[in-house]
Design a protein around this ligand. Structure first.
Ligand SMILES: [Zn+2]
Length: 416
């Protein structure tokens, strides 16, 4: 199958100025980019008139939780039976693709095999969804984020509880055996956790180190939940590949991240903080309650920290913990706007976080419109460089292509 997309305005994901071109897709890949429109003939390719539209890379969600389906508290996720949970995760995968996300890097699955089975079904072409790097649940220590148990009562949310290097190593191996691509560690707590607060670094150095060693032995990547500055430092020093949150990183932690910037990725996951402050009222989280939960302090620190991250050239990906009741799946492109409005990224750089850098995170040839690279492409009505919010409007996503195959096409000019 070949597709010729004619006369679109190409924003290629590198930060280069847009240009008009004809783009020929052959199979799963971009075969030719011809800057002199009209030179490529359609031949046996289907032809699409893209005049006036922006042709850009498909979006990459850098902190996906496809199995999070509108929870108001973490134990809601543990309460869902596995059968229903598989179907909910499947529906979320389609929702993300409909929103222009052709790739997703998972930051944890609520049950061990949810991401894995959905990834396998997507790869087999049996269900729609983004390319998925599957994660397991969040490996956490007793009393850490994700340990919902109480002495009289076993509860689940999205965690695997393990204490000490041997048990942590076993938990990582279990995730690997069941098919994950990414392992997730909760190194710091979070302010809503009774014992382990966001400022605390509760997973021991030996535990983080062995988790990274074991995961890397199997060729898997490690991501961490690291709010506290010490949790960021421990992550970098022990070999974590993707470090999430980081809002309380001090200058020493930022120095470590900068020194490791060719190796590590960082993701603020700011959508959840923002929406908990401003959009969670219907679920009883008033503005005042959000402040009590530490959200304002979190956001203020994130703003200071991510302005620094940008100046230091640290690779930042988008993804805002979408999947809670007040961060619905499919609204993920709002994080691009947050990069602009909260962290002062110019639109082109914010868009690169969602495309080129996301592609580097996936470890695949995608996220840039480039000859020979995977044809994950969007045709967008309007110019995202003028207003990144156009990507939040599904009606403006006129075409969504993944792997050279059209998932959505409202242009109606395809002919064979
Ligand atoms: Zn998360």
């Amino acid at each position: 199958m070949k597709t010729l997309i004619r006369r679109g305005t190409v924003w290629d994901g590198t930060g280069a100025a847009p240009y008009v071109a004809d783009v020929l897709v052959d199979g799963a890949r971009i075969a030719r980019i011809e800057r002199e429109p009209g030179r490529l003939t359609a031949g046996d390719a289907q032809s699409i008139d893209a005049r006036g539209l922006t042709l850009m890379p498909g979006l990459v969600e850098g902190h996906a939780h496809l199995s999070f389906c509108g929870a108001t508290k973490n134990t809601d996720l543990g309460d869902i039976p596995p059968e229903e949970h598989v179907l909910a995760t499947m529906h979320n995968a389609k929702t993300l693709l409909d929103a222009g996300f052709t790739s997703a890097y998972s930051a944890a699955s609520a049950k061990l095999r949810l991401d894995v089975v959905i990834r396998n079904e997507i790869d087999a072409g049996r269900i729609p969804g983004p390319r998925l790097r599957a994660a397991g649940p969040e490996i956490t220590v007793t009393a850490g984020l994700g340990d919902e148990n109480r002495l009289h009562m076993a509860r689940e949310s999205f965690g695997i509880v393990a204490d000490g290097p041997d048990a942590i190593a076993r938990a990582v191996r279990l995730c690997v055996r069941e098919g994950v691509d990414n392992v997730k560690l909760n190194i710091s707590g979070d302010d809503f956790v009774p014992a382990a607060k966001g400022g605390m670094t509760v997973m021991r150095e030996a535990e983080v180190r062995i988790a990274c060693e074991v995961a890397h032995d199997f060729g898997k990547r490690v991501a961490s939940h690291s709010r506290a500055s010490n949790a960021v430092k421990r992550a970098v020093q022990c070999g974590v590949d993707v470090i999430y949150h980081c809002e309380f990183a001090d200058s020493e932690a930022l120095d470590l991240l900068e020194a490791a910037r060719e190796r590590v990725f960082v993701g603020p996951a700011i959508g959840l903080i923002h929406n908990t402050m401003h959009e969670a009222g219907p679920w009883g989280i008033t503005r005042e309650k959000a402040r009590e939960l530490g959200m304002d302090r979190c956001l203020e620190n994130a703003q200071k920290t991510y302005r620094q991250m940008r100046k230091r050239g640290i690779r930042v990906v988008i993804g805002g913990d979408y999947g809670f009741a007040w961060t619905p799946q499919g609204t993920n492109a709002r994080d691009i706007e947050h990069m602009v409005t909260l962290f002062d990224y110019p639109p082109s750089e914010a868009l690169q976080c969602a495309t080129r850098i996301g592609g580097e995170l996936m470890g695949l040839e995608l996220g840039v419109v480039r000859e020979g690279w995977l044809a994950d492409l969007l045709l967008v009505e309007g110019n995202p460089l003028d207003d990144v919010r156009v990507l939040q409007d599904k009606a403006k996503l006129r075409l969504i292509m993944k792997d050279g195959t059209l998932w959505k096409n409202t242009l109606g000019e395809v002919r064979h």
